[in-house]
Design a protein around this ligand. Structure first.
Ligand SMILES: [Fe+2]
Length: 255
């Protein structure tokens, strides 16, 4: 399994507080069968791609020293912001520094008006945006079909394993299931922040994913597509479909 959304870099954001935690996260990942982890710190906490890459190199060395056989690759979680419009492509963090795919999150409670413009601008720079955990955004919980717009625009969707497992409540779990069954999701990742509460729980979610979408699709979400993203080319196999809300019928009886 390949986990492409984690806050495993020590001491840079609200993820691993120190090296010890980061190593514990790596050991936990290894035990669960995760072979590769992308370090995706919040870019607003460490807004310097070269520094992130350097810190990833340092962590790789620590993992080698500790004999943890999980590969760490560089990435970042961008914040949906107009400032991205002014950045040169080479300064924008992309997975494994390939210049092909970036991870970008939106505010939880509102999709900004300028989102479409920023996403389009990233695409003109040759970068495909991957929307981080939209199933957690209020607007998407209200209308899961919002994801279709982003997919149509050429973006990809990353879902959190915690959402699949119900860690963020029933509404988000239900939204996650809707999006999965409508093929709106291209990868699932942990968004792991530590070794306890928000750990790298992708292997746990994999079991649940298999019951929702079957084994082949589950593997695509945790292994095949993430691998493609790291190599710079992923071709999702299935077209997404629109979610049609089941209509409720109310019967009234007049006597
Ligand atoms: Fe995150």
């Amino acid at each position: 399994m390949i986990d492409l959304h984690t806050h495993i870099l020590p001491g840079v954001d609200d993820g691993a507080a120190d090296l010890e935690t980061s190593l514990a996260m790596g050991r936990f990942a290894e035990e669960g069968g995760i072979t590769t982890v992308a370090a995706t710190p919040h870019f607003y906490e460490i807004p310097d791609w070269s520094r992130i890459k350097q810190k990833v190199e340092n962590l790789r060395a620590e993992y080698a020293k500790a004999q943890i056989s999980v590969e760490i690759v560089a990435g970042a979680e961008l914040w949906m912001d107009m400032d991205l419009l002014n950045m040169e492509a080479k300064d924008i963090p992309t997975y494994a520094d390939k210049g092909k795919y970036c991870l970008i999150e939106f505010p939880m409670h509102q999709i900004p008006m300028y989102a479409e413009q920023v996403l389009f601008d990233l695409q003109t720079k040759g970068i495909t945006p991957i929307i981080a955990h939209p199933e957690r955004y209020g607007a998407v919980v209200e209308d899961p079909n919002l994801a279709l717009g982003w997919l149509k625009q050429g973006c990809l969707i990353q879902m959190n394993s915690g959402s699949v497992l119900g860690r963020f409540g029933p509404a988000i779990k239900q939204t996650a299931e809707i999006m999965l069954t409508c093929n709106m999701v291209q990868m699932v990742a942990s968004d792991g922040h530590g070794s306890d509460r928000r750990r790298l729980n992708l292997p746990e979610a994999y079991e649940t994913l298999m019951t929702i979408v079957g084994k082949a699709k589950a593997q695509e979400l945790v292994e095949k597509n993430p691998k493609g993203i790291l190599s710079g080319d992923v071709q999702p196999q299935v077209e997404p479909t629109e979610y049609r809300k089941k209509k409720r019928f109310f019967f009234s009886r007049f006597v």
